[in-house]
Design a protein around this ligand. Structure first.
Ligand code: ZN
Length: 331
């Protein structure tokens, strides 16, 4: 779709631009002050062992900035989505409670305008953060957000629409501690996007120079595990360096093909084209000691269990796509 100066959308763009600088969220207050338990949970989830985040002089990981503004499952008040959630879920606010963060009427009006123009879908595209001072346990968080910019009309693979950038200012005890900018695309879905030439092609592995030899092995019906030539540690998935010693030399060991289900999920939702739910995806512990994620086949998904022995096999998913899977059927 062309973007011509004579298009009537120019008028729409002008109306959208008028929202720049207007508030998106006002009067936000963090549910809890910055605190050690949340910092610890975050570090555990991220596997971040930086000592700066522990002990009496701990600071919060800077990337937690947005976490302190989130309302959690219960939100910032009843029946009220927290103000910055629109990038992910675009729930609607239900009025502004006293002292609670509310999505502004300007923000709602901007979205209505875009909805009316046919830009009814939304996707979060990216975010960036800037840190001005560290946050420490005890800091009380307040925040507000402003509609920073609206892009001219753009056409992407998803469809045609407008990028809306919002900037949230996060304050600790009244002092600006950081900014969180996030961008969404509010768009009209491209027509025909649901009817590609291939109705439901299976997603392809991303093959790069770090894992090319693994996929070359799979093509020969071999499951190759990387082995560090310095310390002999086995590793999977394939990486350019050794997690144990940092060495970058490697060779391979062919997996014997025996393993057990270390963990698994049975996928029902969300649906993905080319996949037929329910199906089981396992974290398989190979006899060699490394773990890999793969489909579990040969038994109904509800029969998959932790500890279940499985055997490697290679499945031709499509003409040019072979994948390793693990069969749980007992011989
Ligand atoms: Zn090593």
């Amino acid at each position: 779709m062309g973007v011509l100066p004579s298009e009537p959308d120019d008028d729409l763009y002008g109306r959208l631009k008028a929202f720049e600088g207007r508030p998106a969220v006002t009067g936000g207050t963090g549910k809890d002050p910055v605190n050690a338990p949340m910092i610890r949970h975050w570090c555990e989830a991220m596997g971040d062992t930086n000592p700066a985040y522990e002990g009496p002089d701990a600071i919060a990981p800077p990337t937690m900035l947005q976490a302190w503004t989130m309302g959690g499952l219960s939100g910032h008040g009843h029946s009220h989505g927290h103000g910055h959630s629109h990038g992910h879920s675009h729930g609607h606010s239900h009025g502004h409670g006293r002292g609670r963060p509310g999505r502004s009427s300007a923000y709602d009006a901007l979205f209505s305008l875009l909805d009316e123009a046919g830009c009814t879908s939304v996707v979060a595209t990216d975010c960036e953060q800037e840190y001005l001072r560290p946050l420490r346990p005890g800091d009380r968080i307040t925040f507000d957000a402003v509609i920073e910019s609206v892009s001219p009309r753009k056409t992407t693979k998803l469809g045609t629409g407008y990028f809306v950038t919002t900037r949230m200012d996060v304050r600790a005890d009244g002092e600006l501690a950081g900014t969180h900018r996030f961008r969404i695309l509010k768009y009209a879905p491209a027509e025909g996007r649901r009817t590609p030439a291939h109705p439901h092609p299976h997603p392809r592995p991303v093959i790069n120079r770090d894992n090319a030899a693994f996929w070359a092995g799979v093509a020969e019906r071999k499951l190759l595990i990387q082995r560090c030539t310095h310390c002999t540690a086995l590793r999977f998935p394939w990486l350019p360096g050794c997690n144990r010693c940092g060495g970058d030399g490697w060779d391979t060991v062919e997996a014997a093909g025996r393993g057990t289900v270390f963990s698994y999920v049975v996928m029902h939702h969300p649906p993905f084209p080319a996949f037929d739910p329910p199906y089981a995806v396992g974290l398989i512990e190979l006899a060699e000691g490394v773990r890999m994620v793969a489909g579990v086949v040969g038994v109904p998904p509800e029969k998959v269990r932790i500890g279940m022995p499985v055997r490697l096999e290679f499945r031709t998913v499509e003409e040019d796509l072979v994948l390793p899977v693990f069969n749980g059927r007992q011989a």
